[in-house]
Design a protein around this ligand. Structure first.
Ligand code: GDP
Ligand code: MG
Length: 163
């Protein structure tokens, strides 16, 4: 059975980088500037022998605003409703920020599968952020590096029983 996986999280945590790695084509726009992906974006993902639909979320209207814009929250809630599984990314180098808590709250309310992953986790600079991620109340985080392709085997192991 195939399933759909939505990648959610605040801007700049590496959602589009992971999307591109899973899809293998540059379908989503990646940029240093937060919130550069404007809408939901779908692709056909491959992870070892798993095939599934992956959804990249974004949609910041105002990048200079400190608070998380309502549009981004709405997009995330839509993705959360539509997808079978949510992969919630945090930036392990930045640690847990207030906006991460906003997403965690949306996801804790949700019935269904939520996978927590601490991205940018290559190297020891990420260790503190990985520990902090436990405080989100969403279980044990997977250590990921979307940019370097690390932790994808752990992601596979978590997705396999859900597929
Ligand atoms: P998004 O806003 O969540 O979609 O984040 P992007 O995928 O656009 O990535 C934001 C920035 O983080 C870019 O500069 C990426 O190159 C960088 N990035 C993404 N994944 C990693 C990672 O695993 N490690 C590090 N160090 N940087 C990453
Ligand atoms: Mg993006």
């Amino acid at each position: 059975m195939s399933f759909s996986l939505a990648i959610v999280g605040r801007p700049n945590v590496g959602k589009s980088t992971l999307f591109n790695r899973l899809v293998g084509k540059r379908l989503a726009l990646v940029d240093d500037q937060p919130g550069v992906t404007r809408d939901l974006r779908e692709g056909e993902a491959r992870l070892s022998d798993l095939r599934f639909t992956v959804i990249d979320t974004a949609g910041l209207e105002n990048e200079t605003d400190d608070s998380l814009p309502a549009r981004m929250r709405r997009l995330t809630e839509r993705a959360v409703e539509e997808a079978d599984i949510c992969l919630f990314l945090i930036d392990a180098r930045a640690g847990i920020l207030p906006d991460d808590e906003v997403f965690a709250e949306i996801l804790r309310r949700r019935a269904g599968h939520v996978i927590l992953a601490a991205n940018k986790a290559e190297g020891s600079a990420a260790d503190g952020g990985v520990i902090e991620a436990y405080s989100l109340g969403l279980g044990e985080p997977i250590r990921l590096s979307a940019e370097h392709g690390q932790g994808l085997d752990e992601l596979y192991q978590v997705l396999l029983p859900l597929s």
